[in-house]
Design a protein around this ligand. Structure first.
Ligand code: SAH
Length: 366
């Protein structure tokens, strides 16, 4: 950490993050290694260390000569981000990390360890351009897209921490990744898709995580949802619906003025059909705004008989917001009505609230 008043390097606006191994497909890695005057098979060795062994310590890569190691590290494994701070809660099994990127931009990720799984919530953009009024990230607007490497490194760092036993409970492996940190993943489509490939390609090309454990959460960018459906992935898609009627959704999720509830749901069903996965409908319950029983009934009627599951999220109020979470009795009634339509419904566990690690709070406090 720089001391107060100390000058730090700030990249010029618009400068691109340095190229990283994780930005590249296996074929591109070979080319990049060859361009450095190294044998193409070094690409596989490097991938094996970074993805297969989750090692970012070149000193341990004894199958590569020291001089080559240095050259490869310098040009393919630049440090993309540094930890500004970790904040933990839940007996240190929930850990939020604030990252500083090469140009001084801040983003966050959250690691949550449960008895049966470990989930990381990661950012796909610095800031967000979707402007949802209840979301802290939305208030500051979009700074920039993250590179594939910057997305993957959040997870790589989490995996290394788990492997090193830094999270209480002994050594563990990451099982789930949710694109529910800062940003709209489908607005950074190509880089997010490449990141999914890096995460799920079998080692040593990628980390070999299961696609089924990855959730892409979207405000509902219809063309990108349809494009994603055609990629042939078995990732889960979460749709941030928050209202079943256009009048209210226009306000809560402003992109609704472009793609209406009916269109967004059609795109969701198309994804469910092609991926074979249930859609997860995200619905933040906001007191007296979207939590009325009639809205639960309307939502139930719209989505029943589809492959779907509703995830109700008690609103996590953002500083200065006039909105707050629903009363417990209204929440219970909302759940009951949805279930009476036969719609599987759960209320999201709100881990990490006390560290501002809950939805939409990431990096807002700096
Ligand atoms: N842009 C994507 C992913 C990031 S937000 C999306 O909107 O889906 C992840 C989830 O957290 C979304 O469902 C979002 O609507 C929700 N969220 C944002 N701010 C929240 C808040 N203050 N309280 C509860 N949920 C919130």
């Amino acid at each position: 950490m720089p001391k107060p008043g100390e000058l730090t390097f700030v990249a010029p606006r618009g400068a691109k993050p340095p190229r990283h191994l994780a930005d590249l497909s296996p074929a591109e890695r070979k080319e990049a290694v060859a361009e450095l005057g190294e044998q193409p098979f070094r690409a596989k060795q490097l991938s094996n260390h970074y993805f297969g062994r989750m090692s970012n310590d070149p000193a341990s890569w004894t199958d590569i000569p020291a001089a080559s190691r240095e050259k490869l590290t310098e040009s393919l494994l630049p440090e993309l981000m540094s930890v500004v701070r970790h904040v933990s809660c839940d007996d240190d099994t929930t850990r939020k990390t604030l990252w500083k990127l090469f140009d001084g931009t801040l983003v966050e990720s959250v690691l949550m360890r449960y008895p049966d799984r470990v989930t990381m919530c990661i950012s796909s953009q610095a800031g967000c351009g979707m402007n949802c009024p209840f979301c802290a990230t939305g208030q500051a607007g979009l700074t920039r897209n993250l590179s594939t490497g910057e997305i993957v490194e959040q997870i790589a760092a989490g995996m290394r921490a788990l492997k090193a036993g830094e999270i209480p409970g002994g050594e563990a492996r990451l099982s789930n990744v949710v694109f529910m940190g800062m940003g709209e993943p489908l607005a950074n489509y190509n880089r997010v898709l490449a990141a999914i490939r890096r995460l799920t390609d079998p080692a040593p090309d990628g980390f070999g995580l299961s696609q089924r454990g990855i959730t892409v959460s979207t405000v509902g960018l219809v063309p990108a949802m349809n494009r994603l459906a055609d990629e042939g992935l078995s990732c889960r898609l979460a749709l941030s619906l928050h209202a079943p009627d256009d009048e209210l959704r226009d306000e809560l999720v402003p992109v609704n003025t472009r793609w209406k509830v009916a269109e967004v749901l059609d795109a969701a069903w198309n994804y469910a059909e092609k991926s074979g996965r249930r859609i997860s409908i995200e619905y933040a319950l906001i007191k007296d705004i979207n939590d009325q029983a009639w809205r639960a009934d309307l939502l139930g009627r719209l989505i029943k008989n589809h492959r779907v599951h509703v995830n109700l999220i008690p609103l996590n109020p953002t500083p200065g917001s006039k909105w707050t979470a629903s009363r417990p009795e209204d929440e219970r009634e909302f759940v009951r009505r949805l279930q009476s339509h036969g719609v599987p419904t759960t209320v999201r566990d709100t881990r990490g609230q006390e560290i501002d690690g809950a939805c939409g709070q990431l990096a807002a406090a700096g």
